[in-house]
Design a protein around this ligand. Sequence first.
Ligand code: PMP
Length: 290
Amino acid sequence: MKWDDTSVHILSHTLHYGTGVFEGVRAYKTPKGPAIFRLKEHTNRLFSAADKINIKIPFTKDELNNIQCEILNKNSLDEGYIRPIVYLGNEGLGLRAKDLSVNVAIAAWEWPSYMDPKAKEKGISVIKSSHLQYENPLHSGNKIIGTYFSNTMALHEAIDSGADEAIMLDKNGYISEGSGENIFLVKNNVIYTPTTDHCLNGITRQSVIQMAKDLNISVREQNIKFDDLVQADEAFFTGTAVEITPITSLDGKHINDGKKGQVTNQLQEKFQEIISGKNQDYDNWLTYSK
Ligand code: PMP
């Protein structure tokens, strides 16, 4: 459908109660045409999130994967952002509504940069958020629409205070993640990132852990205190939107003298090679749309 012709009924259950799931996927320009980064992993996560909230997606994974390739080709997009969303219909009203239709929409558009284009070099500033992440373990690790309310509040709080992003803590007081990113820190050349008990197991997170191991850099997944971040040599966010973005200021204080760190840089360079189709070792992370 054309952009302006799309619509959702105002009584969609999902609009009222957040009962749906979504993904954020990205395609990159490569010498072999547009390539979707880790498409299968994104689609698997979409299905497992739907499963967690008892929604049965009325399509196969292959069907959704093929449509995501097709949508790029039909729109002549060399690169861009792809947003699959699964939402419930309006056949019944109220919380108790049953047997609602399950609908899937997939949109794609050009999307050059999520933050300031200079963020990947200059780094960004973050604050400790007053909003907690995932109080209910059922929601941890799933892109369930309703759970994004607190992420949105956390991001607004950060922006209102003049920062670029928020760091959310979990209910035990450990670092969880950004509003739409996973967090990593580097101390004495070892990389640390929170376990996935209270954060989304980001596809970029998983990719960065693999890349770091391949570069012989140790990675430890463990509980991280806010103070560990204050003391870090380097810190960075990962995510489909931000890719790998250095964090150079925390609650107004510099990390690594306000500069991008060396480990962050090494990972960024490797990531760039992979997504642009220039590293054959990771070619199975790309799905070519043509
Ligand atoms: N955490 C949250 C809350 C997110 O919304 C995202 C974006 N999907 C991430 C982390 C990063 O995940 P990914 O690398 O799969 O984009």
